[in-house]
Write a protein of this length. Sequence first.
Length: 673
Amino acid sequence: MIPYILYTALILSACFIFYKLLLQKETFFYLNRYVLLFCMVLAFTLPLVPVPQQFSFRKNGIEQPVSSAKIATDIPGFQTSTEKAVPPVSVQETQHVINVDAVLQIVMYLYWFGVVVFGLNFIMQAVILLFRSYSGSVIEDGKFRIVEITGDKAPCSFGNNIFINPEKYEWETYNQILLHEKIHIEQKHTIDLLLAELVLVFQWFNPFAWQWRKALETNLEFLTDDQMLQQDTVEKESYQFSLLKVAAPQFPLSLTTNYNQSLLKKRIIMMNSKKSNVHTTWKYFFLVPLMVLFACLFNQPAAQSQTLTSKEESKKDVIVENEMKTGGNWFAVIKGNSIEINFKGDENDNASTTFPLSELNSIPRDKQGEFNLTRDAGTIHFTGKFEGDKGMGTYKFTANKDYTTAMNKEGVDIKKDNDLMVFFFINIKVSYVQMLKKSGFNDLDKDQIIPLAALDVNEAYITSIKKEIPDIDLNNLVPFKSLGIDKTFIEEIRSSGYKDVSAGTIITLKSQGIDAKYINDFHSSIANSDKTENKTRNKNKDHDDDDIIAFKSLNIDKAFIDSFKAIGYNGLSNSDLIAMKSLNVTPEYIKSFQNAGYKNIPADNFIAFKSQNITPDLVKEYKSLGFDDFDLDEIVGAKATGTTPAYIKSMRAKGHDFKSLDKYIALKALANN
């Protein structure tokens, strides 16, 4: 949803910029009107139009929707040739995705809140206008309804209603106002404004949408003024003078076409402008390649398909793209007491799984025949024959409606036969769902049940985990089982000092290969030897947890720590070690400073040096400039602000001769601001 909203905003913004740069000053008001309307509609429809694959810039990176059948491809014994192996995702990445999803959800709530607010405002305006149209004094003038209003409000029109205070104007001005508003009504300008307001309801966050509404209204006024001046009874000077006399506040509703003074200057200028030459219409044609470019860049490519004859179409199963087909061809190989069957729905759909041979009845050997495989979710009817241990033929899956009904009673909605096939292959029974609910997991859906059943998350496993973590979430059971987390692992982690360990922490530790032994090694030999800091850290276990994970992910081990001890750095803190490893501060880097005569530099200075790519040669270059009380810390500030030796030399050439480096740093910072 969010990509569609943003894509729509991008198209609308691009069209507005195109209009402002090339079309706004043209006097082709009719053409501009339809361009503005066309672009509004195009902004909401273009993102939905697929482009041919050969023209799409996204054809090499098409994202396919995730389906239940897709989930099933990762379970043991069930593979498809169309799905590539997915590399394992770290828990940090998973948690990051969850955080991003939470933020996106909040953004969507805010967006729809804005839509509701502006939608209610739109409806309220329409209701007020309709109420005013039929509750006041009205003069019928053919198809026009002249509604008399009071107060100092500008004349305006909505639908076939003209709102005006007749007491405010002399007869000639009154007639010109009515003629002006009748042109608005005859050309149905209210439709334009209604569409623009609807765009604002769904694009309220887009500043270009508000500018679009203003540009559309301005063009309508230009168009109406142009039509007015083509009337034989209207003189340009007289009409412009009447505009000046109608100097009243606008009608306070944006759904109306206003005879107002806010556009007065622009309207008078446009009325006196030279008409655009027809040869300038070439500008309008640039809109087409612009929209084609947007479509090729952002739209999904159309899927290639084959035309089916009516006979083939009648036999075609109801399917969903990229999901396993409920009918097609099969190829099988018998291996001992099991049979591996490959199901091929079409050239792009190829899945295989293994069944116990005992589940199939009366396999036809050396002759054409039929046999079935029945499970709770339905039945696969096979037609074909086996020659030896190999067979082939066609298959058709028939769903068990009683199974669907039973699942629905348990709160699991399975509408498509493709999803039922997944339940069939994994052999998910109704009793399994009942077990999950008995274990305290309600509000189940099919996408939760499939991976749980595929990984054999059974009652015994759930019970053992819940004894250690009573409030474990159902979604945590999948990574627990897939990572091999059991009761013993949790107990070992707790025995190493993690008394109140959470499910998320356990997943993180396990995914990083951190076990109880590693934690004990961290506390005894890998952790820093500064006892004071160790005592402080023991009070902050969360920080300690982060250090353990960071050490493991960065491969900080005893050998790494000992390499710094060998050059005299014995009391490095965990944060120093993490920073030094991240920035690649090596013992060799430190030795290069020691060999240059810089001894006993604190570790955090080297971290700052490395972050700014400061080398002994650079220090020597600064030192050669002859500063008094030269301090290595100043070089970090100099490098960060761009106060290079070359800059210092250039300032000295201009007469700025300072004896301290910090003076040049201040001068450079002042110049940057």
